[in-house]
Design a protein around this ligand. Structure first.
Ligand code: FAD
Length: 693
């Protein structure tokens, strides 16, 4: 979408002015609810909270609800942004809702002059996000039971007007499956959609632009259908922020970055989950390889006594801490450097908003632990900052970049700048002290835990979870700037601390390694475990074919470790064929010394096939090796082998999928289409599983 000057003004006004009422729902808003959140994991009502959104909207006099099904926070952010915009530009009375907090039986009683928004990410193999599972199961069921008893044929949702946008990734097979399916179910049940069912594509890197383009058209339809008029919007902060001089950061009640109230009070207890991390000791850490600008960590995290458990193939989530360097950068650019440890009270100005972290707190704690300060910068957010620029020149630049998609892509996104770097660039040497701190909290997302495929077997080491992580350090050609991954560099610093390494990060990153109030001292890291469906066949005699180049080998180390242990116990183990790829055998060959040990236990049933892309005259990747082993692969498939693919979603997983289709076609005298069909069927029966990112 192209914007002219008038659009730019509107765009600028939109976000700045649209800061209305609601923020991303989080546990921290009301610490007293902590236990309730944690204890009720089956979608039962949180203590004192209704699961009836129709009632909640009536009680709080709202006419538009923005549900989000979010895994990494983007759908949640979009819901929050749309709600603010809907209020500020069009006077909608909005509420943001985590989709798992409500029941949907009474969707048929939704008032016809109200509007429901569904911002839905697709996760993994076309699955709903964790928080949207119940909603999805309800609507996709054979016959959803609505409160007024009408059957599906009677079109029970005729009153429902809705808007929907999906967040997907075209490199996955089931692109935007959630939004497509939910949209289908809702229409079939008689509901009316306003605007198109939008689709954002993370695979093409156009998510934000897809969203911006979609929403402008959507608002036009909503205005027309609901008879709304656009109004001039003014910035309304969501949060009131007051400095409290009666408290010091040492005061017991001040949050310095603890994940929640129990952690603050030293009473952290399980169950540990995505709302309540376990502060886990790191039992062991090492570097699997380390070459210029590239290294890979192996860590073992001790979960004994936590009540947490995992099974081979699960994921572990690591809750990162921002680096000191980037925390300093943004605090300084906002003119908060000197005040960083002042105690602040953060209160929601509207009763349905929630403060997304505990309060009272400090500027430093909010920035260091709660806000994603390193992420991709949003064009809409840049535009929203223009009223607060320190000079006319900087303001004009913000308006220009906010309104020009191509300039923004070239000057900001493609250079991997974070928000503070953008502000530094646009007003060198100046501070942006007019930006309300509320706007920073509202406009930047919450720092998200990152997931890692567990690289140990729960059968072999049930209390020690291993991870295998490449440290992200990306140098752009012709630029001095290096993008440093948030979590992996934090993990690297933990490893360095554990070993008393004398060489700190060459790019000046430092971390508050001992955590808030030194609670992570002794090398601890906050974690939780996420269960996955990526599982070995229950019968160990079944053959398996695994393709895992680079860190994609992580879960396969676990699989092989498990099968080796079973073999050592005398169990019969089926063929275990692993394709591993990396640059070269002497540089980044992960677990090079371990494979022979497994081989000794598994004998002929284990085979490792390697592809070293930079060793020969021609680049060789795992899919080429797979093709070379076509006979063996086809034999194993005929014997009922399971296929597992892990690692890069964008290229490798697709190429491997296509290679399997080709092998089947060639070996069985079928057409390519028939070969692909066989692979498709294997995928739907879970005989072909992917764990890709
Ligand atoms: P981040 O800070 O999150 O940065 C990651 C990327 O985001 C950058 O490379 C860049 O492309 C982009 N980015 C960040 N900031 C900007 C910016 N300002 N502008 C533009 N682009 C930006 N990884 C492993 O190493 N091993 C595993 O076993 C593993 N398993 C996984 C399993 C699952 C299910 C998933 C979803 C992911 C897995 N990952 C794994 C990836 C892992 O979760 C992290 O994404 C990865 O380690 C990088 O995290 P980070 O915090 O260091 O980097």
């Amino acid at each position: 979408i192209e914007y002219d000057t008038a659009d730019i003004v509107i765009l600028t006004a939109i976000f700045a002015a649209t800061i209305a009422y609601f923020t991303k729902g989080t546990l921290w808003g009301k610490p007293k609810d902590l236990f309730a959140d944690v204890a009720h994991t089956n979608g039962s009502a949180k203590a004192g909270k209704t699961r009836d959104f129709v009632k909640k909207m009536a009680e709080s006099d709202r006419n538009a609800i923005f549900f989000y099904g979010s895994q990494t926070g983007t759908a949640e952010d979009y819901a929050s942004r749309l709600a603010k915009e809907g209020h500020a530009r069009f006077g909608l009375r909005t509420i943001v809702a985590d989709i798992e907090d409500y029941d949907f039986e009474n969707l048929d009683t939704f008032p016809s002059d109200h509007l429901a928004f569904f911002l839905l990410a697709t996760y993994g193999e076309g699955e709903p996000t964790d928080n949207a599972v119940e909603f999805y199961e309800f609507l996709s069921g054979d016959e959803p039971q609505f409160s007024e008893g009408a059957s599906a044929e009677e079109k029970p949702l005729q009153n429902l007007k809705y808007v929907t946008f999906g967040l997907g990734n075209n490199t996955y097979e089931h692109y935007n499956a959630m939004v497509r399916r939910i949209d289908g179910y809702l229409t079939k049940l008689g509901a009316t959609r306003y605007g198109s069912a939008g689709e954002g594509d993370d695979g093409a890197g156009t998510m934000e632009e897809d969203f911006l383009a979609w929403k402008e058209e959507m608002w036009q339809v909503v205005c027309k259908e609901m008879g709304l008029e656009e109004r001039e919007a003014v910035y309304e902060p969501v949060f009131k922020i007051t400095e409290d001089e009666s408290l010091s950061p040492e005061s017991d009640t001040v949050y310095l970055g603890e994940p929640n109230k129990n952690h603050l009070e030293g009473k952290a207890k399980g169950p540990y989950n995505s709302h309540n991390p376990f502060i886990a000791p790191i039992a062991k850490s090492s570097e699997l390889f380390s070459v210029k600008d590239r290294n890979c960590l192996h860590m073992e995290i001790d979960i004994s006594g936590s009540g947490l458990s995992y099974t081979t193939g699960d994921h572990i989530a690591i809750w990162p801490t921002n680096s000191g360097k980037e925390t300093d950068r943004i605090l300084n650019v906002l003119g908060l450097g000197e005040k960083r440890h002042n105690v602040i009270r953060v209160e929601a100005l509207d009763s349905t908003s929630k403060v997304p972290f505990p309060s009272p707190t400090t500027y430093d704690a909010v920035i260091r632990y709660h806000v994603e300060i390193n992420g991709l910068v949003s064009r809409q957010f840049i535009a929203s900052l223009s009223p607060f620029a320190p000079s006319d020149k900087a303001k004009a630049e913000l308006v220009r970049l906010g309104g020009d998609k191509d300039a923004f892509a070239e000057e900001i996104s493609s250079r991997y700048l974070n928000i503070a770097q953008v502000l530094e660039m646009l007003a060198p040497g100046q501070t942006w002290s007019a930006i309300p701190f509320s706007l920073i909290i509202e406009g930047l997302t919450r720092v998200q835990p990152r997931y890692y495929s567990i690289s140990s077997s729960s059968f072999v080491q049930k209390d020690h979870i291993a991870i295998t992580a490449v440290v992200e350090s990306i140098r752009l050609p012709g630029s001095k700037h290096i993008l440093k991954g948030v979590t992996t560099n934090y993990l690297l610093a933990l490893k360095q601390k554990q070993h008393g390494d004398p060489n700190p990060d060459p790019h000046g990153l430092t971390y508050n390694i001992t955590g808030p109030r030194n609670k992570y001292d002794g090398i601890h890291v906050p974690i939780h475990v996420r269960h996955s469906n990526f599982k070995l066949p229950s019968n160990p005699e079944k053959p398996v074919i695994m393709i895992g180049p680079g860190t994609g080998v992580a879960p396969f180390r676990a699989f092989v470790q498990e099968r080796a242990a079973l073999a050592a116990k005398g169990e019969k183990v089926g063929k275990t064929l692993l394709f591993f790829g990396c640059r070269n055998s002497s540089e980044d060959f992960l677990y090079k010394d371990e494979w022979p040990e497994y081989s000794a236990k598994l004998g002929d049933s284990f085979k490792l096939v390697t592809a070293f892309s930079r060793e020969g005259p021609k680049k060789v990747y795992v899919q080429h090796r797979l093709q070379e082993h076509a006979d063996e692969v086809d034999e194993l498939l005929k014997a009922g082998a399971y296929i597992y693919v892990c690692g890069d979603a964008a290229h490798m997983a697709r190429d491997v999928n296509a290679t399997f289709g080709r092998i089947i076609a060639e070996k069985r005298g079928q057409t390519e289409a028939q070969g692909e069909e066989v692979v498709k069927r294997m995928r739907s029966s879970n005989q072909y599983q992917e764990d890709v990112w």
